[in-house]
Each structure stands twice: as C-alpha cells, then as structure tokens.
Design a protein around this ligand. Structure first.
Ligand SMILES: [Zn+2]
Length: 323
C-alpha cells in the first residue's frame, strides 16, 4: 500500500514532536555544568589520610538490579547500549562496630512498590536479588548486630530495608524528611512510625577534602561522612579508607554512572525532573567531585547504582579493601 503524500505529512507532523520530546527527555540539548568557581583551598585540596593504619574493610550487598539503556541513566548515553543498574547496600566493617550505608531493597519491597503510580512503576521496574538482611543472616551476621544504619538519602530504593534492622539507630539528615513526596521517589511507609529510632546526622564545621563540613564516625579518619548537594535535600556521601591503603568515595545518587563525575554529565533530563531536587546545586556537586578526582586520580568513586563500578570489586561475601 502506498501512502498518499497527505498521509505522510500528517504522520510526520505527529511523529516529529514525539521524537523531539524524546530527545529533549533524554538530554538534548545537554545541560551545561559550569566549572565551579573554587577558592584556592578547595581547588588544591587532597583527601586527608587516617590518623593510623586503617583496620576498615567493606562489602557491597547487591539487593536488586534493573536492566536499562545507557541513555536512561546518563545524559548523552547510547540508546543502543544496555546497562545494569545495581540496588546496593554497603556493609562497613571496623573493630569499633559495623554499620550499613543504605539498605537497598528490603523484605517488604513488593508491597512498598505498589504505592507508586503506574508511570513510576514502569520507570523504576526492578528485579529483587536478595535483601541485605537475608544476605547477612545467611552468612551468620545477626540482624541485631547492626547497630547503625546510615543513608545517602531516603529514596525508596535506598530506604526499602530500613525496618529490616529494628535494633539499629537510623542516621540520615533531617532535611530528608522535609518533603518526602511519592512522585520524587520517596515511599514514606518505609520510614514512618514510632518504631524507627532516628538519630539524625549532625555535621561538624570541620572541613574535609573539598567539603566544608564532615563527620568522622570512628574518630580515626577511616570513615568520614560529608553533605552532598542537589540530588535530595539531605544527601550524604561517605569516604572510606581501607586496610590496604585505598580510598573509596560512596556518592549515593548524585550521578548514576561514574562517568557523570569524570565527564561532568547529569542524569538524563527526564530522570532529573523526577528524582533530582535542585539542578544548579547538583551541577556544583558534580563539579566538586570532578575536581576532587582530578587532584586525586587514585580515588575510587562508587555511585550507589553503578553496576559497572561495583561488579569488578565483587559483591558480598567478597570483602573489599583487605590487605
Ligand atoms: Zn537510588
């Protein structure tokens, strides 16, 4: 069947705006990330070493994953390249007490996910691997031995297992509870209720690397939290200095792929509309980590969802940072 020229024109008139919207949604034109105007101190900064030899090691617990296209996780990414998104929890081990940084997907994730409207269910589809609680228990780590759980932020895929650790103090910045909207990726049933033992993070006015504030958890410089801007109201990053002398930086969801920091790229525009809190300060944060990496090329940056960074390090029970 041959289409008449009128039909062709009509079809094009319908398809063209859809195509243009799709391109815009994926991030064309690209959102520029201005170079951060750094003070002399910030531009030259290096990452402080621990006071003494570090006894710290950690593991990455892959609680779930999702398959998607690179174009959906980083601006300018390929629509032909398939990538895996990890939903991870980090298990930090130190003689002074072990803690979790994020929980990934928890035992009630299926019910929790039902709260999302259909479009978010489609965008955030996931595959459960095994919850952090189950993985730890299956290798003999009792749930009540986890006394502290910290959060990079409280979006659903990080806080889903929060109530799987009822003996733990829950550490996040209080700003995370300012506007926990479902449309932005928060499921408040994950952290509502009197049973949650909140112990909100309080940063000290003590500069660390290029951050003005920090919290040195063990007091020995091996695990240092810093406030990170833009993705949510109270995002938190974590520097880890391991036994083998390496330095890792867990950066939550500031970007979803490490290349975001290296090449200064945001998430795709459509993803930013949904999950990011403030694009301008997020750009500054990406720029800050970019500069930090320029000065410290050995720094191992681990975004919460970057499977291509996490997989080579190995997942739990693999221990990372051992001498
Ligand atoms: Zn996330």
């Amino acid at each position: 069947m041959k289409l008449s020229s009128k039909t062709l024109i009509r079809t094009n008139l319908i398809l063209l705006p859809i195509l243009l919207f799709l391109l815009y949604f994926l991030g064309y034109p690209k959102e520029n990330i201005p170079s951060k105007n750094l003070g002399q101190n910030e531009a030259n900064v290096s990452i402080p070493e621990p006071n003494e030899k570090s006894p710290l090691v950690f593991s990455i617990l892959k609680t779930g994953e999702a398959k998607t296209l690179e174009a959906f996780v980083i601006e300018g990414g390929s629509v032909l390249k398939a990538v895996t998104v990890a939903h991870s929890s980090f298990y930090i081990q130190h003689p002074k007490g072990n803690f979790l940084f994020d929980t990934g997907l928890g035992t009630k994730v299926k019910e929790q996910f039902q709260e999302f409207p259909l479009y978010l269910k489609l965008l955030m589809e996931y595959q459960l691997v095994q919850t952090a609680k189950e993985q730890l228990e299956s290798s003999g780590v009792k749930t009540n031995s986890i006394q502290d759980v910290f959060f990079s932020h409280l979006h659903w895929d990080h806080a889903s297992g929060l109530q799987d650790f009822p003996s733990a103090k829950i550490h996040s910045l209080p700003e995370e509870l300012n506007h926990p909207k479902l449309e932005a990726g928060y499921i408040s049933s994950q952290f509502d209720g009197d049973s949650v033992n909140w112990k909100h993070l309080v940063f000290q006015n003590k500069p660390y690397a290029s951050y003005a504030k920090s919290l040195d958890w063990y007091g020995d410089g091996t695990a240092v939290f810093v406030p990170m801007k833009g993705h949510s109201e109270g995002s938190v990053g974590l520097f880890l200095h391991t036994e083998n002398g390496q330095t890792y930086f867990l950066t939550g969801d500031i970007v979803w792929r490490r290349e975001g920091f290296l090449e200064k790229k945001h998430k795709p525009r459509g993803a930013r509309w949904i999950v990011d809190f403030d694009i301008a300060t997020l750009g500054e944060e990406i720029s800050r980590v970019h500069n930090l990496f320029q000065k410290n090329p050995d720094l191992q940056i681990i975004p919460a969802h970057d499977h291509d960074v996490q997989s080579p390090l190995g997942f739990y029970p693999q221990v990372i940072g051992k001498k």
